[in-house]
Design a protein around this ligand. Structure first.
Ligand SMILES: [Zn+2]
Ligand SMILES: [Zn+2]
Length: 378
């Protein structure tokens, strides 16, 4: 099933402002919230709306979406993009709280037992130039919080039960009465006994000490696609922190840092390098061997090649990370002026200079002729 366009989902134009997005989202999420809307497909619609808003309300995700559309999760990868923005889990509860909370008397109580998505995690990986160019497979260890195996995430010692908090009767909230000159005011606040969970655990699990979650090191096998570049990131879905109360896990974002190469430079999918040749090779022409990421390649340098001349080796660059072809390698020629000349070489150079004349360019349209004319004011 193909995904609907996010703008279409929210019923806004491509140029919608943040406020317009928020308004549209607020309206639709009220309309389709599964607690309110009892139609069979309300939950799916709500999910779709939430996802669309999640992407479009984030500048970076939005511009990526505008550019690439729905990224097809390819072998578990999605969303490549520059930079990073990790705000932690963008849980459904949180959005709801933001929108419906604090609106006078209509405040919705946050259900402490509602499923919440786990937080996203960020991992920085440094790659060698070649590793980024050709991709690689590797295992990484990620410290994560996961549901405790001993108590299956309940926090209670196996064989014992989680009880309802007697202070708040499971609501996670308590009322505090205050006498003021204007009368009695009842404030509701997070239950001070259960800290809002609504639960009481008389016999705590000895592994997680009642938290229901434990810190672990997760080994994750990662396939780094060929062509990944410095600053790009890879999303590994579902490999972030475990969800709470049966909610989905967050995602893992791997941010890449690519080391510089000794003499290759990279710009997008193209590789650049400088090739020194001798004065004689430049003047007479030659066939030289140039290094590329794909091995040595023979390059014909024509007679009379100047320093700074660029040659392009098609397809000898880096594979595009999204699979759009292959970059080129660019070679910039640098003619090296000889420094330590033997007596014989010097003699030959002098003879060469005599035969050629003192100036490199003496015809009418040449550089030196122009300089002379300018100086004479012609
Ligand atoms: Zn309580
Ligand atoms: Zn436990």
């Amino acid at each position: 099933m193909s995904k609907r366009d996010y703008y279409e989902v929210l019923g806004v134009s491509k140029s919608a402002s943040k406020d317009e997005l928020k308004k549209a989202y607020r309206k639709l999420s009220k309309q389709y919230h599964p607690d309110i809307n009892k139609e069979a497909d309300a939950a799916d619609k709500f999910k779709e709306i939430k996802e669309a808003y999640e992407v479009l309300s984030d500048d970076q995700k939005r511009s990526h979406y505008d550019q690439f559309g729905h990224t097809d999760p390819n072998q578990g990868f999605g969303g490549f993009g520059g930079g990073s923005d990790f705000g932690g889990g963008f849980g459904f509860e949180d959005i709801f709280e933001t929108f419906f909370g604090g609106q006078g008397g209509g405040r919705r109580r946050r259900d402490p037992n509602a499923p919440r998505q786990g937080s996203d995690l960020q991992y920085t990986m440094t790659l060698k130039f070649e590793e980024a160019a050709f991709g690689k497979e590797t295992d990484i260890e990620i410290p994560v919080e996961e549901s405790c195996d001993t108590c299956s995430g309940t926090g209670a010692k196996p064989g014992t039960k989680v009880e309802t908090c007697s202070n708040c009767r499971g609501t996670g909230q308590e009322s505090v009465e205050q006498n003021t000159p204007f009368g009695r005011i009842v404030n509701r606040r997070t239950c001070s006994v259960c800290k809002g969970t609504g639960k009481s655990i008389p016999h705590k699990c000895s592994t997680c000490h009642g938290a229901g979650r434990v810190k672990k090191r997760n080994t994750i096998h990662v396939k780094i696609p060929a062509g990944i570049d410095d600053g790009q990131q890879l999303r590994v879905a579902g490999k972030g922190e475990a969800g709470v109360n049966g909610g989905p896990a967050g995602d893992l974002y791997i941010v890449f840092h690519v080391r510089n190469h000794e003499f290759f430079e990279r710009d997008g999918d193209d590789v650049y390098c400088e090739m020194p040749i001798t004065f004689a090779q430049a003047a007479l022409g030659d066939e030289v061997e140039v290094p590329t990421l794909h091995g040595k390649v023979k390059l014909k340098v024509p007679a009379g090649t100047q320093t700074g001349t660029n040659f392009r080796l098609k397809g000898k660059g880096i594979a595009n990370v999204r699979g759009y072809g292959q970059g080129d390698q660019h070679i910039k020629i640098r003619v090296v002026t000889p420094t330590k000349l033997s007596e014989k070489q010097k003699q030959l150079m002098r003879e060469f200079a005599e035969v050629s004349g003192q100036l490199p360019d003496e015809n009418e349209d040449g550089f030196f002729a122009k300089v002379k004319r300018v100086l004479k004011g012609e």
